[in-house]
Design a protein around this ligand. Sequence first.
Ligand SMILES: Nc1nc2c(ncn2[C@@H]2O[C@H](COP(=O)(O)OP(=O)(O)OP(=O)(O)O)[C@@H](O)[C@H]2O)c(=O)[nH]1
Ligand SMILES: [Mg+2]
Length: 460
Amino acid sequence: MSEKLTETAEGIPLEPERVILVGIEALVGDSRRSMQELLELVRAAGASPTDILTQRRHKPDSHTFIGKGKVEELAATVVESDVDMVVFDAELNPAQVKNLVDGLGCKVLDRTELILDIFAQHAHSREGKLQVELAQLTYLLPRLVGRGVMMSRIGGGMRGGIGVRGPGETKLEMDRQRLRTRVAHLQRQLQKVRRRRDTERTARRESGLPAASIVGYTNAGKSTLLNALAGSEEVAAHDRLFETLDPTVRRIDMGEGGELLVSDTVGFIRDLPTQLIAAFRATLEEVVEADFIIEVIDASDSEVIGQHQATEDILGTLEALDKPRIIVLNKWDLVADSEQAEVLPARFPQALPLSALTGDGLVGLQAQLQQLIRRKRVPVTVQLPYDRLELLKLLHARGRVLTVEYQPDHVRAEVEVDQATLGRLQPYIVEEDGIISLTDKVSPPPLLYRNSPAHQSTVA
Ligand SMILES: Nc1nc2c(ncn2[C@@H]2O[C@H](COP(=O)(O)OP(=O)(O)OP(=O)(O)O)[C@@H](O)[C@H]2O)c(=O)[nH]1
Ligand SMILES: [Mg+2]
């Protein structure tokens, strides 16, 4: 007799897994928002939420998180509603996982594992996969007891899928020692990949082009904005959390303003598991290396301040808070006529309302970026022989040509150029007015958002 297939050979369920969400109210101030986000995370993991259970408690039960009685109740619902998995809006300790798997008879996941699962599904590059597996193993190592129970149950009829897929799946059956060996192996592999990435980054730095990094809450529209700036759609943008994991760097022609490297990277979320920040640190180096930051806020989200705060926290971890920053209030098309449209500009006075989707307001951002690029430029005077006139063309394309004089044996021009172009002009420079860098000598432009304490207090 043939067995009914519930998932593909890769462990992807054929039907969405049925999930109950469990949280504790009054534990933290904004538990409703937290549950809403957990719901989005469950959907992003490809599962189908069937029920939400919240419980009022002062603190979680140390053995079962929700208490013995509730576990029994929940176990009945699990059977009745044919539920595959229960997800808890918290970080569960190993004993709680074990007790809950025992009591509920289905898969049990916490918020961190759910996020790790989404990351495992969305990691495409070799580096991304290595980083996710490392984060999964680091998180799972101390939780093996509960996991062991779950995995043996899965062998006995529980469905695979979320939380047990990907690189972690087979490894979980290994013993602790082998897991540690695997962790060390992953770390070595990552080091190799990172060395290559460092080389690429050095090459970019040597190109002398200014670099901006797009950061912000997951699903805020970062990839859509990068596509809009680049005028093409090469980066996947979807209405799902954590769509982008692998950093993308695009070279963008800013017209009169010159060229700019813009990177898009993994989205932020409140309480992003520390294992993930550590694992993705190299990916987030793009942020650390950038000359300036474009922070994208989803203006249509009711928790704009929370989004902004999560971004602040992570930028703080990355020590990138003092970089010049442009804040973008994205998805303005969705809020244009609402109360948000009045409240937000007061909260973020220097931010730019725009819609990455429709392109409305994009010119404002481009103008600010051009202004920042200009600040990285060096004014020089060159004398180009007539057989090198192609350089004049380059100057028109890459920099700003202020004056041109056609003299008998050369063309004399006063120009402003970026570092990359400056290198190519070296033999023809007759006057150099000093290097202007973004961090010194120049005061911030009036439209720029800087993370000054005074400003922070207006948004806190
Ligand atoms: N209405 C509207 N939707 C937008 C806008 N910008 C982005 N979106 C939508 O928002 C969703 C998320 O956009 P993404 O660009 O994938 O967001 P992201 O910040 O890159 O998300 P992650 O990579 O998951 O962190 C997509 O469905 C976009 O079409 C906008 O200005 N207006
Ligand atoms: Mg994205």
